[in-house]
Write a protein that binds this ligand. Structure first.
Ligand SMILES: [Zn+2]
Length: 349
């Protein structure tokens, strides 16, 4: 029977205990289908709903690159590699310079962070989707905290009306692309992080190039479509997704850990119809609200990177600025979730 090896990340996100399987199948696709029958949670990672094999894998048979319809023999060894993966395990943490030790001294003296934690922050790559109200505090605090690589994606330009809450921008950058305006401010806060800017809207095409390059995605966007997209792609590549949303005086925060808890679509299976959908741009927003919500997101992102504390996974934190109350809702994975559920396994065969 052909032997099949899957990427280590898939073993983890699908909570399997082995990377290698013996599976029946005359072709590469057939043997992956057989594996998905045995472990239905893998199906979403390997196949589109149409049944077509996803294309971000390298299929290797007997040491050579193969195609989905490549024939396998009893003795074949099929290895699936992630195109974006170096395949050599976690990189060694970067060292801190004397200057960095001084700069991050108040972090390093916390036992929960220490020098090792600060090195984890330096090694971390965080993508912030949107450089508006939420993206402002998130990016400024993550830069100040010493996150080594910060990706900023936004297609908008700075407008006067943004400045009431989008504190990463300034009067001198009105009219400039938001990612460039933000980059300028972040460099002022900390010249250490590598700042990667994408002057674009996150879409189905670029998401597959951008998202796998990061360890954490932080939500600073203002629409459902982008959130469903972030969620789907985050699930696909096993990237944790820190969610935040605001409307008028209310905010929400949660953390979605692929393979280890419910996702955004478990929480909101469907977008509300436009007539009742909260949309911050058209209905106004209390200027300080994104500050509070963005900092809660930044807190969760830093905890995730450091591996400390209890994350908001499976918990939705709801903030009401008018009553100054926080409350928390527990929620669970939906087996029929279109983004992370296992109930779609029959599509595999
Ligand atoms: Zn889900």
């Amino acid at each position: 029977m052909p032997k099949l090896t899957i990427p280590e990340i898939l073993m983890r996100v699908a909570t399997l205990d082995s990377r290698t399987y013996s599976v029946d199948g005359e072709t590469v696709t057939a043997s992956l289908q057989a594996l998905c029958q045995r472990h239905p949670q893998l199906e979403q990672h390997f196949f589109y709903d149409s049944g077509q094999l996803k294309e971000h894998f390298m299929l290797v048979v007997g040491g050579a690159l193969a195609a989905p319809d490549t024939s396998l023999s009893e003795a074949s060894e099929l290895e699936i590699l992630l195109a974006a993966s170096g395949g050599s395990g976690p990189p060694e943490l970067p060292h801190l310079s004397e200057h960095e030790r001084a700069r991050y001294a108040r972090h390093i003296m916390l036992p929960q962070v220490g020098e090792n934690g600060q090195r984890k922050l330096k090694a971390a790559k965080v993508l912030i989707v949107g450089t508006g109200g939420l993206g402002s505090p998130v990016s400024m605090y993550l830069a100040a905290a010493g996150v080594g690589t910060i990706g900023l994606i936004d297609f908008d330009v700075v407008d006067q009306s943004n400045l009431q809450r989008q504190i990463v921008h300034s009067v001198t950058t009105v009219g400039a692309p938001k990612v460039l305006s933000a980059k300028q401010r972040l460099q002022d806060i900390n010249d250490q992080p590598h700042l990667v800017t994408y002057d674009a809207k996150l879409n189905e095409q670029n998401a597959h190039d951008i998202v796998p390059k990061y360890d954490v995605i932080v939500d600073g966007c203002d629409n459902y479509e982008t959130r469903y997209l972030i969620n789907r792609v985050a699930q696909e590549y096993g990237v944790p997704y820190v969610y935040g949303a605001i409307f008028q005086f209310d905010g929400q925060v949660s953390v979605f850990l692929p393979g280890r808890g419910p996702c955004y679509q478990c929480l909101h299976p469907e977008e509300p119809p436009p007539a009742i959908a909260p949309n911050a741009n058209n209905k106004g927003v209390f200027g300080v609200l994104p500050g509070v919500v963005g900092l809660l997101e930044a807190t969760e992102a830093l905890k995730l990177i450091l591996g400390i504390g209890n994350l908001l996974a499976g918990r939705l934190l709801i903030y009401d600025a008018l009553s100054m109350r926080f409350r928390e809702l527990a929620f669970q994975k939906r087996p029929a979730c279109r983004a992370c559920g296992t109930a779609t396994a029959e599509l595999c065969h």
